[in-house]
Design a protein. Structure first.
Length: 734
């Protein structure tokens, strides 16, 4: 559908203030200009500072609404599953088919044979997966996965060490730091809460020293950092443990803080100094592992220990690796050793607050009968927040294996049907080719989607969902200042698309749930706004489109626990920060040690497989996408080309020049994309940006550049996604 309108404008222009929350890492305000039911342009916040200004993705949402890849009508598959061949059908036929298949699977196999697969999408509280979750919970239940793409490793770490996921200071408190370490963190691209870059810019202007530790010389390192330290993927924990060695050996640690607020430091010290296993975790030891010179590790350790206060921001990317939990736990120990927890200008844990609040509100009141039949293993229960993900029975990253092997492979059920909502599952889970094979085994696949994504092509029935500006909803704002946002409906749903709630209501009627449709979209939103946000005047909130939350000053996590430990205790069994965790020890898994340790990843540079596939693969985030959202938009495809970044040293050894078409491959698959030869990535590492759409040709070669064609679907022991743990080779294409 064209973005252009023919002839002179006829109607009066309306400007609607609304929210943008497309899972880019932030939330912003948009001003959408509408005339005669058509979005003409989008502007952003121009109010008082600090403004909540949208990035290029939010500003391009008009193209997303009118994208040629929109799913316009209900459709049924007529070709081979995955081919993307469909014919248009009526809504009645589509919904009747889904209802019939749902009833068949329930009666033949039981509700546990149904997998609901969902992700964030536009991160609303009503539409999206909450509507389908409620529907299936009311009709008998379904198998719920567990695990979070972004931050499962830090979830495990923060729950083990702090007993909570509310662990970080607010971004404005960075201005109270004297040193900021950005470890595996690139907020200039990933946003990491709207206005993060604005506060980092102020910090730079204030003269606060910043250091970036990352395999890539990122946009954030360029814009903010005084010093870039490249580190090999998967070895961050080793580098951090060596920093702890320096701090202990030179008596730079805050022993009073450790004695007062932590438990288990003596055991960690024994490990670090080599008393436990005979191997001292010296900077020389870490240099051989991480590629970071011992002198650099020593210098960083001394500077971090000597500069008070200092903020070590452990980004999510290194945690998305095999044993990513250990990286996050090692970071927390460094924060504790230097007394930087619970103080202005310090830092602790990892950022989760917006995911927690949004998902908890969205999930409220939807008990799943299947969860009650087979709750999660008791040994992991304390480290799995059920308020966010429910009980869950299958780890997210084992989905393909669970479908392919079922009960014979030790899974709780044989899975026969999947319903996919707000999730490009084929594309975004590791080992894409294996996931595609798994979808072929299912008896029925229904996909609810806005665009013809790689996953949509695998549907038996494809249901067109409208965008967030074609219905109403609300969201928590991942921003500073924090805000509550209202997604105002600015145009009617295009073509025959429907809202997620309307689809669920129509399905409920067919499944015999008579009371599901009694509450309207408006009445449900009124409840959410009152109960989750505490806003009484719903109509005024809806009209304005947002409400910024008043801030008394920078918020510091664990301030009470540090200032008054006799009255306020950490939410752990000991009441302290648990460097040694008995909860973890009780799991009894040697790959989940009770103190943080370095465990070499599979497919490391020392793996025998490296002789065949010598480059370590990582998958950074793109300026042109929010994961897989926006990928088909021409405006954003102009921002950057999907490519593989390799260092000039590696390129010369392979006869590759910048811009050459190359094959990136391993035993799991291959992609063919251009090479970007650069000094902004360390030798031995290749970066293929995550989120690009899987587009296999007749030979099975992916021409879209999806890195998960190359990644392994084996979660870390604590559930972390291993997307940054894989070995590949890069060769010039023939």
């Amino acid at each position: 559908m064209s973005l252009k309108t023919e002839g002179p404008a006829q109607g009066k222009e309306e400007v609607v203030t609304t929210a943008c929350c497309s899972h880019c890492g932030g939330s912003c305000l948009l001003k959408i200009h509408v005339r005669d039911g058509v979005i003409e342009r989008i502007e952003t916040d121009e109010g008082e500072e600090p403004q909540l200004r949208a990035c290029v993705r939010g500003r391009a949402y008009r193209q997303r609404v009118y994208d040629d890849h929109r799913v316009k009508y209900p459709m049924k598959r007529i070709g081979v599953r995955g081919e993307g061949k469909f014919e248009r059908i009526s809504w009645d036929e589509a919904l009747d088919t889904v209802a019939r298949e749902l009833k068949r699977v329930y009666s033949t196999y039981g509700p546990e044979a149904i997998l609901l697969q969902f992700a964030g999408g536009d991160l609303p509280l009503l539409h999206g997966f909450p509507s389908t979750d409620k529907l299936l919970c009311r009709t008998g239940g379904y198998t719920r996965h567990w695990g979070i793409f972004s931050c499962e490793g830090s979830f495990f770490s923060d729950l083990a060490m702090f007993g909570t996921l509310e662990t970080t200071n607010r971004r404005d408190d960075l201005l109270n730091s004297k040193l900021i370490i950005m470890w595996g963190w690139n907020p200039a691209v990933t946003i990491g809460c709207t206005n993060t870059s604005w506060y980092l810019k102020q910090a730079k202007e204030k003269g606060i020293r910043m250091i970036s530790v990352d395999p890539r010389y990122t946009e954030s390192a360029i814009a903010f950092a005084d010093w870039w330290i490249p580190v090999r993927p998967g070895t961050d924990a080793a580098m951090m443990i060596a920093m702890a060695y320096v701090i202990i050996k030179e008596n730079l640690h805050d022993q009073r803080f450790l004695d007062t607020y932590t438990i288990g430091f003596d055991r960690y010290r024994d490990y670090v100094m080599g008393l436990e296993d005979g191997v001292a975790k010296t900077p020389r030891w870490a240099e051989a592992i991480s590629g970071v010179p011992a002198e650099t590790i020593e210098r960083l350790a001394r500077e971090f220990a000597a500069t008070k206060p200092a903020a070590l921001l452990a980004g999510m990317a290194p945690g998305r690796s095999a044993y990513g939990e250990e990286y996050h736990r090692a970071a927390t120990v460094l924060q504790a050793m230097t007394g930087n927890i619970g103080v202005h200008g310090g830092w602790s844990g990892c950022e989760h607050r917006f995911a927690i609040r949004a998902q908890t509100a969205a999930r409220a009141g939807n008990p799943n009968p299947v969860d009650a039949k087979a709750p999660i293993p008791k040994d992991l229960l304390p480290l799995r927040p059920s308020s966010i993900r429910g009980a869950g029975r299958v780890n997210l990253h084992r989905t393909a294996d669970a479908i392919l092997r079922g009960k014979a492979g030790g899974y709780p059920a044989d899975y026969k049907m999947t319903w996919v909502v707000c999730h490009n599952v084929i594309n975004q889970l590791c080992n894409t080719n294996k996931m595609a094979r798994a979808f072929q085994k299912l008896e029925f696949v229904v996909v609810q989607e806005q665009h013809m994504t790689p996953t949509a092509k695998f549907a038996d029935i494809l249901l067109p969902a409208c965008t967030c500006y074609e219905r109403n909803d609300v969201t928590y704002g991942a921003s500073l200042p924090e805000f509550y946002g209202y997604f105002r409906k600015v145009i009617d749903p295009l073509f025959e698309s429907r809202s997620h709630l309307d689809i669920a209501k129509a399905m409920a009627e067919r499944m015999g749930i008579s009371d599901y449709a009694k509450q309207t979209e408006d009445s449900l939103l009124r409840q959410i706004v009152k109960n989750a946000f505490g806003i009484e005047d719903y109509d005024a909130f809806k009209e304005k489109g947002f409400q910024k939350i008043e801030m008394a000053g920078p918020e510091v996590a664990f301030k009470n626990e540090i200032e008054n430990p006799d009255k306020y205790r950490f939410n752990t069994p000991s009441g302290k920060i648990e460097i040694y965790s008995q909860l973890v020890a009780d799991i009894g898994n040697p790959l989940l040690p009770p103190i943080p340790k370095y465990i070499e990843t599979w497919e490391s540079r020392n793996d025998p497989l490296a002789a065949k596939y010598p480059l370590q693969l990582i998958s950074g985030h793109s300026k042109r996408r929010s994961h897989t959202q926006y990928e088909s938009l021409p405006w954003l495809r102009e921002v950057e080309t999907q490519s593989v970044e390799i260092n000039a040293v590696d390129a010369r050894a392979r006869g590759i020049s910048d811009g050459d078409m190359v094959r990136v491959f391993n035993d799991r698959g291959q992609v063919e994309i251009p090479a970007r030869v650069t000094e902004r990535i360390m030798p031995g590492v290749a970066d293929v940006g995550e989120g690009a759409w899987f587009a296999p040709d007749a030979k099975g070669i992916d021409r879209g550049g999806c890195p998960n064609v190359l990644t392994r679907d084996e979660p870390s022991p604590g559930g972390a996604m291993p997307s940054n743990t894989a070995l590949v080779q890069v060769e010039k294409a023939q």
